[in-house]
Ligand binder design. Sequence first.
Ligand code: ARG
Length: 458
Amino acid sequence: MAQLWKGRFKKELAKETNDFNSSIGFDSRMFEEDINGSVAHAQMLGDAGIIAKSESEKITAELKKILEDIKSGVLEIDLNAEDIHTFIEGELTERLGQTGKRLHTARSRNDQVALDIRLYLRKEIDAVSDMIKGLVSVLCDKAQENAETIMPGYTHLQRAQPITFGHHLMAYVSMLCRDIDRLADVKRRMNICPLGSGALAGTTYPIDRDETAELLGFDGVSLNSLDGVSDRDFCIELASALSIIMVHLSRFSEEIIMWCSWEFKFIELDDAFSTGSSIMPQKKNPDIAELVRGKSGRVFGDLTTLLTVMKGIALAYNKDMQEDKEAIFDAVDTVKMCLTAFTPMIDTMTVLKDNMRNAAAKGFINATDCADYLVAKGLPFRDAYKATGELVALCIDKGLTLETLGIDEYKKICELFDEGVYDAISLEKCVAGRKAIGGPCVQSVKAQIKAARKFIEK
Ligand code: ARG
């Protein structure tokens, strides 16, 4: 396919140069956005009297046909073209002759590509956001079912205090809701139209930037032509929001992997979301969760690529910036792929409530509550803490738990103890007592679920 920039050049581009220079292999996915942008541009050119109305109409009609033809497979994208912009304009000119050549009036590929990426990513942001909402919804259902499922809460991966599985899951919901919010924020700043920035210095034609911006559903126009073509903050911001999503999915995956182990056995993954070993017949591996954890590295890499590509280039457009697309597209694709597998994996897992309850009963996770019991009887917390510490040491010595230690032993360490202690340290009581906003008690978990459901519906 012919280059757009014939005229100054006497020789054809070397094949190696073309292969190296071309971006169509990865920017062809923006064909619809490129065409929609051109339709708006052509309409504006006609409305502003920059080209004849009749020509503008011919161009927009033909562009829409090209879109249909690509979608239906009648027209194949030529991978020898320099990029998707070149291909569409070339196709239009082939079909319309002279009229097709008028489309690029008052425009550069620099503002065109800046426009296309925004149009493409803004749609992808909605897709990712919807997928996260799907995961949040599944987690809310699971949390509802497990609002009373007692499990040990951990710090330092040591059993710490009693919580419920529902409360634990809702922690991820809090993170994921912030992720949705972050994506909306990125989209808000992204949704500004750069078209009209030209190559770098705007244009002398009497274009109407507000018209194209409005036609394309933007909230406004960029206010500096150099920035309009050079800004890729929106890619970096999106890659960063996607990286944070991957941090959350990766931590969650790590827990899934642990919970599946024989050492924990808190959950069982559905066979449809587990894999076996080629040699060890007994194995059932949490590969999906491991892959999600692993793929976080790709997305962080994409963010690093974008930061590095942008950090040293003088204003305005430089070809380095063509490297933005593979990185940001990979980040978006990866996150979508992870969510596609992750959500049904969570949805179909079996929660082994008894195993969680047993683990909760064995780690002295009610020790804080035991100390609090003494505080309620008037002892200063530090003294109560020390007395309980001695009780724990005694239990470990005797192979007992705080529940099974006799009341006489309690009294030997502190005479304030009476039979009431057993009720105070029951795990159900310990959880139920944590009533403050954000705590693990049933009412709090239900309030969290309600708030999250409301958040994803709006
Ligand atoms: N394929 C190019 C890109 O993705 C389009 C812009 C080309 N502009 C230029 N001046 N060479 O960045």
